[in-house]
Structure formats: C-alpha cells, structure tokens
Ligand binder design. Structure first.
Ligand SMILES: [Zn+2]
Length: 319
C-alpha cells in the first residue's frame, strides 16, 4: 500500500531519537501519535525505538512517508546488546542537556540514554539528571569527575566492541562495588544522584586498572567490608584472603576533614603531627632494620605502619 508523504515535516535534530521525531511529526500534522503510527503501518501505537520495533514493517514505504533516507534510520534507533551483562541504555530518559532542552522543549536525544554519556554531544554541556537534586553538582570532586570520565570512555568502548571478557570484569567490579558501598547497588549507573552515578563509573575505571588495590583500600577503611565480601562471594575465598592480606599491608591513609568518630584517633594523630615526612622515613628505616632489606614488601609496609602508629600514639599521649 502506498501512502502519501506527510505534508508537514520538521527536520530531525542531530542524534534525535526516532520516537521523539515521530511525536513531533504527529504534532506538526495535527494528529495523535497512535494515529500517525497506524498511518505509518506500524504494528504498535507507540513510536519505534529499536530495530525490533520495526520488525515486519515495510521500511521503504515507512521511510518514503516520513521522507527519511533509509540509510539514516539506524542512527535514530537504539541498538541494545542482548549479551552484555550490564544494562547500559535506559528505556526512558534519565538525564538531559538543559541548554538543548531550553532551545527545543521536549527534545530527547539518543546519546542521553547511554550510561557512559556525561556530556551533550551537540553543545558539550554537562548532562544533568532529570529528577535529581542539581544542588552540589559543582562540588563534585575533580578526581572523582576525572575517574568517572575515564570509566565512561572504557564502558563505551567495551560496549561498542562487545568485548565479552572486559564486560564480565566490569560486571564483577560493579558487584564488588555494590557490596562494599550500598549506594552503588543496582541502577547506580543511571542514578539521579550524580555523585553515586560518577562513583559507579569511577569504580569501572578502577576495576579495569587497579581492581585489587581499589578493593583493598576500601576494605582498609571499612573492616566490615571483608565480611561483606566473604558473604557475597563464598566461592572466591582465596581472592578475598588475598585482598585481606593486601589491605592489611597497606599503610594507613591520612585522614580527611569530615571523617566520622571512628576515625577520631587517626585524625588526632594527623592533626598533631601534620604528617611529617621524616616520621614515615624513620618508620621505614626501622622496619628495614628489623626485617632486613630482602623482606617481603607487604611485611615491611605492615611493620612500618605499626612503628608509625605507635609514634603517632606517643605524640597524642604527650600533653
Ligand atoms: Zn546540549
């Protein structure tokens, strides 16, 4: 059946979703979206978003009616990988670009749906959560922002190439992150809290670069983390043992402003001495004296950490 092309045809925007454009076509031609879908010969009354939504549709006739070159159709559709272990593309908008949305109210661009999109590809503005609290966005720590951006690029590359090994590793990273940090549970990649979303992307980056160290550092600051990991991954006993040993061997981190009461003694220690480098060197020398130059690095670090701790303690005790 041949249909007349639509009389009015607002041009699609760069990277606009087909579903969004069809809604605009309906409005321009004074009909409802379901009416237009029926006219276009679609099986359902909602506008298509994926290739499978167009199954059984005469693509030539469909494209002729909306006057769209068939080769441009794919770039307006979402292509989901069924075999990818992480959900990377949402089923509805979760973020947008305020600048583009102001220019064209109701616009929905394809890349806004991707977990790895942090900037608008049209105007380079930062994307913001649709329903999130926009306060505090400017205070996003720069290191977290940088790591999240690197994680986003990794996720996009792995998704596009369909890299099975890397995708499994990313999936495991997110599972471990969810055990150690409850805010990173399921769906954090699309969280309306941008800090959580950026943490999930940063975790992906760390999981691909320094997975053991990242997990061990978290365990170092949260001793319950080891128990949580043992419960969540009973079949990975040896790996958790290794992580626990690594966490134990790491020197204590300098405490930061805003630490909770559990870190009070450490804060006190850092505050009194303000981390004199000399103390670190002395502790390292004493550890080498005690264990010998050829001792295991982890044993040396462990020993030096104990010397440093007792040195700090004596500073605190002296009024
Ligand atoms: Zn934009």
């Amino acid at each position: 059946m041949t249909r007349k092309p639509l009389p009015r045809r607002p041009a699609p925007f760069q990277d606009e979703l087909l579903s969004n454009w069809i809604a605009r076509l309906a409005e321009a031609n004074y009909c409802s979206v379901p009416e237009l879908c029926r006219y276009l010969g679609l099986a359902q009354e909602r506008p298509p978003e994926t290739q499978s939504d167009l199954a059984g549709v005469d693509i030539g006739g469909f494209c002729a009616t909306i006057r769209l070159p068939p080769e441009e159709l794919d770039s307006m559709l979402i292509q989901r990988r069924a075999d990818f272990p992480i959900e990377c593309i949402t089923w509805s908008d979760f973020q947008n670009c305020p600048a583009c949305a102001r220019k064209q109210p109701g616009i929905s661009l394809r890349h806004w749906r991707f977990a790895w999109s942090v900037r608008c590809e049209v105007c380079r503005s930062e994307l913001v959560p649709l329903h999130g609290n926009s306060e505090g966005l400017a205070q996003l720590p720069s290191r977290l922002r940088h790591r999240a951006q690197e994680g986003a690029v990794r996720l996009r590359t792995v998704y596009r190439h369909g890299n099975v090994h890397a995708s499994r590793r990313m999936d495991l990273t997110l599972q471990v992150a969810a055990v150690l940090a409850p805010e990173l549970r399921l769906g954090a990649l699309f969280s309306q809290n941008r800090i959580d979303r950026f943490k999930a992307l940063a975790a992906i980056n760390l999981g691909m670069t320094r997975p053991l160290l990242a997990a061990a550092l978290t365990m170092k600051s949260d001793r319950v983390g080891e128990t949580k990991l043992r419960i969540a991954f009973p079949h990975k006993r040896k790996l958790v043992d290794r992580l626990a040993r690594l966490a134990e061997s790491l020197p204590r981190q300098r405490s930061r402003e805003g630490d909770g009461p559990k870190n009070q003694s450490r804060k006190y220690c850092a505050g009194t001495a303000h981390v004199p480098r000399q103390e670190y060197l002395q502790a390292a020398r004493r550890a080498i004296d005690q264990l010998g130059e050829n001792a295991e690095r982890s044993d040396l670090l462990n020993c030096a950490a104990k010397f440093l701790e007792s040195a700090c303690q004596s500073h605190v005790d002296i009024p």
